[in-house]
Design a protein around this ligand. Structure first.
Ligand SMILES: Nc1ncnc2c1ncn2[C@@H]1O[C@H](COP(=O)(O)OP(=O)(O)OP(=O)(O)O)[C@@H](O)[C@H]1O
Ligand SMILES: [Mg+2]
Length: 650
């Protein structure tokens, strides 16, 4: 059980959307494989559904009314949208149907056998053979039922597994822009909770519905042979019931969508509160946050109750249909018998078939309800799976194209009239500059000038609206994103460290590095002490978001990760922001050491870290204001002089 909890936690701990930038920059394949694995482990351990599974509908009262939920126009999913999820399992599902038909035959044979036993007892004949046969039939029936249940549950889990893998694969490959606007918790909830609703399609009556349909068709044929007129009347009543149930089905789907969206909002609320718990505690906002989350949970509850009311209506409606049809058939049939146009025996058989027809109809309706339920979740799942993946290869460029060899003289990086806007406001305007091979270039400028955005464009998290970026003289648009990123090491501004061990963090970009290389790179950023203080060494946990490390340690670990993959071009966003003077110097030396044969671009607020740069680019309001060495800029750029003056550098 605890294993189950741990693996569930792993899947729901999809921190990936949060830090997808880091993962993108490193190895999405590697991480995806891990998450898919985690999904597989959860699915292989059948156990209680996640806590946020559907509310207990059975316990809710059957009060009619209050059906006006989900008034907002929601997309509607069609039945055939479920087929792609079931299709891979059609063989097993056909097998289950066959097994269930066999089970039905065995079940039908049992009363007949009992009848035989009773008859034999009456005739005082030896019972041995018949009783043995009865026992065998009972055992075979039990085995078949067990097998059918197992196959159903297993297939249901497999459907959930496939869907989770599909979702996870897409979730880690969305364009970076998508993560800017979506809520992590909601995305996690789609993987964890929405997918489980697909389970009920398989388990709740899909097979019953199939066998039920067969019995239904058989009964209808028999009834048609006895009296087409009575059949017509019966079908009229049944059609009315079906129409009502279909309308309710639409409501069920909508309410499920609402309910799952509310569960997603709750998950997003929790996912917001937990990482921010220190801020919330410090601000004395714990109670207020609790109230907000309570309300979100309450929303999901009331939608669940509304759903229960709608679902509770289905059974009574079927009951009324049965009774209505029965009364109509009895009345009209009675009249026909009195009239002499119908035999009593015919009427009795007809009524027996009527019962036979209505019973499986209930199963079909149940399956229909479960299906509508699942369709509500499918809408949310497909909202993600229908999003385009971040394009790996530019249009017209096959994935196999290798990067054209850059000319030895080409600049490591150059921007040519690059402009970019996130929304309406331009963030970068007509930016042009070149970074010679092997040089150290610094980017400075006021907060919000667009420095981090510029690095994001180099990493191709976003594509420029205008202009060209060249890497080693080659237009990046002619390369795949993977090729571009493979040539670059990138340390984000908030130095992300992923939950896991130190080793896992280091190997993200260089999965083949050995322990010696890891230790060497840690030593180069002065992180050897964190290896010593924990006997686990490289396998020491860093905590959620690296919370077990200090800010400076996190930063150095992120830099060590970038250094380990030994990229040609190293992008560092504020690498010394949270370092003390001594560590800053040590880090600068470490960076300079690795930068010997590489190109380095450093964004820095602390000008002391960049005075020795070959070029300094002054960025303001998304425009390049000046380029030069420290000395040149102090003389020529008023903005640079001002920045430097504030830091006592001039
Ligand atoms: N993902 C985003 N979506 C929309 N707007 C953004 C996004 N990221 C940044 N911005 C906006 O773009 C502008 C430039 O941001 P950027 O992060 O590039 O600044 P910066 O120069 O790195 O600042 P700082 O020195 O504070 O890190 C800011 O006004 C910011 O609000
Ligand atoms: Mg920044």
């Amino acid at each position: 059980m605890s294993g189950q909890l741990v693996t569930v936690a792993r899947v729901t701990d999809l921190t990936a959307p949060d830090r997808s930038a880091t993962i993108e920059a490193r190895s999405a394949e590697f991480v995806t494989a891990e998450l898919a694995d985690a999904a597989a482990r959860v699915s292989e351990e059948p156990g209680p559904a996640p806590a946020d599974s559907q509310p207990d509908r059975a316990s809710a009262s059957a009060a009619a009314g209050d059906l006006a939920a989900g008034a907002d126009p929601a997309p509607r999913a069609r039945l055939r949208q479920l087929w792609p999820y079931l299709r891979p399992h059609r063989r097993v599902l056909s097998l289950v149907v066959a097994v269930s038909l066999l089970g039905a035959v065995v079940a039908i044979a049992q009363p007949a056998m009992v009848g035989l036993v009773i008859a034999d007892v009456g005739k005082s004949e030896p019972l041995g053979g018949v009783v043995a046969l009865l026992v065998v039939l009972i055992l075979v029936g039990a085995v078949i039922r067990g097998l059918q249940q197992y196959l159903l549950q297993r297939t249901a889990e497999a459907v959930v597994l496939d869907t989770r893998r599909l979702l996870v694969a897409r979730l880690l490959r969305l364009p970076i822009r998508e993560y800017d606007t979506r809520r992590t918790g909601d995305l996690v909830s789609r993987v964890g909770s929405d997918t489980t609703l697909l389970r009920s399609v398989v388990t709740s009556g899909l097979v019953d519905a199939v066998s039920g349909s067969l019995i239904f068709v058989g009964s209808v044929v028999a009834m048609a042979l006895i009296s087409p007129m009575l059949l017509g009347l019966t079908l009229l009543v049944v059609a009315l019931a079906v129409a009502v149930v279909v309308v309710l089905g639409g409501r069920i789907q909508k309410l499920t969508l609402t309910s799952q969206t509310q569960v997603g909002a709750l998950a997003a609320g929790v996912a917001r509160a937990i990482p921010g718990i220190r801020t919330i505690r410090a601000a004395g906002a714990t109670q207020r946050e609790t109230v907000v989350l309570d309300e979100l949970a309450g929303n999901a509850f009331s939608t669940g109750v509304r759903l229960a009311k709608v679902m509770a209506l289905i059974e009574p409606i079927i009951g009324i249909a049965l009774q209505g049809a029965f009364i109509v058939v009895l009345g009209v049939g009675g009249y026909l018998v009195a009239d002499g146009t119908m035999q009593v025996a015919g009427l009795v058989s007809f009524i027996l078939y009527l019962f036979m027809m209505i019973m499986p109809l209930g199963q079909v309706f149940n399956a229909y309800t479960a299906t509508q339920n699942a369709l509500g979740a499918v809408i949310r799942i497909e909202e993600i799976t229908s999003l385009p993946e971040e394009e790996v290869a530019p249009a017209g460029l096959a994935g196999t194209v290798t990067m054209s060899a850059p000319g030895a003289a080409a600049d490591a990086l150059s921007f040519h009239g690059v402009s970019y806007r996130y929304s309406d406001i331009p963030v970068l305007r007509d930016v042009s500059f070149t970074v010679p091979r092997g040089s150290k270039t610094a980017i400075v400028g006021p907060s919000g000038a667009g420095k981090s955005t510029l690095l994001s464009l180099i990493e191709r998290f976003y594509e420029p609206d205008a202009g060209t970026i060249r890497l080693g003289g080659v237009d990046v648009r002619t390369m795949t994103r993977t090729q571009t990123r493979a040539a670059i090491g990138y340390v984000e501004q908030d130095s992300p460290v992923l939950a896991g061990t130190i080793r896992e963090n280091l190997l993200l970009g260089a999965p083949a590095a050995d322990d010696a290389a890891c230790e060497a790179v840690l030593a180069s950023v002065n992180l050897t002490p964190i290896l010593r203080r924990d006997p686990a060494g490289l396998d020491a946990q860093v905590g959620e978001d690296g919370i077990l490390l200090s800010g400076g340690e996190r930063q150095r670990l992120a830099i060590a990760r970038a250094l380990l993959s030994a990229p040609q071009l190293l992008l560092l966003d504020e690498p010394t922001a949270s370092l003390d003077g001594r560590n800053e110097r040590a880090l600068r030396e470490a960076i300079d050491a690795v930068a010997q044969d590489r190109t380095l671009i450093v964004v820095a607020h602390r000008l002391a870290t960049v005075v020795d740069a070959d070029h300094i680019l002054v960025l303001e309001h998304g425009q390049v204001q000046a380029v030069g060495t420290h000395q040149e800029l102090v003389e020529s750029s008023p903005l640079y002089r001002e920045l430097a003056a504030h830091q006592l550098l001039v």
